[in-house]
Design a protein around this ligand. Sequence first.
Ligand SMILES: [Zn+2]
Length: 78
Amino acid sequence: MAAKPQPVTRIRTCRACGVRYEYPLRGETSTRHHCPDCVAVPPPLRKVCERLLLRVQKLEREIARLKPAPSAEKVSAS
Ligand SMILES: [Zn+2]
C-alpha cells in the first residue's frame, strides 16, 4: 500500500462538550468524537460529560418546544 490517504478535514461536534472543531487537524490530539480539550479529560469523567451534554440537549429541545413561536397568537387575555 502507498501512503495513507489523508482524510478530509471537516467540522465535527464534540460528544462531551458539544463544541465544534476541525478534525483532523495537524498537531492536534482531537479524535473523531472528542475535541482537544475533552481528549485530555479522563475517560470516566468524559463519560459523565457526554451524559450531561445529552441532558442539556434534551432540555434545550424541551425549551424550544415550550417557547411559543414569536408570531403565535397574542396573549391578550382580558
Ligand atoms: Zn469537547
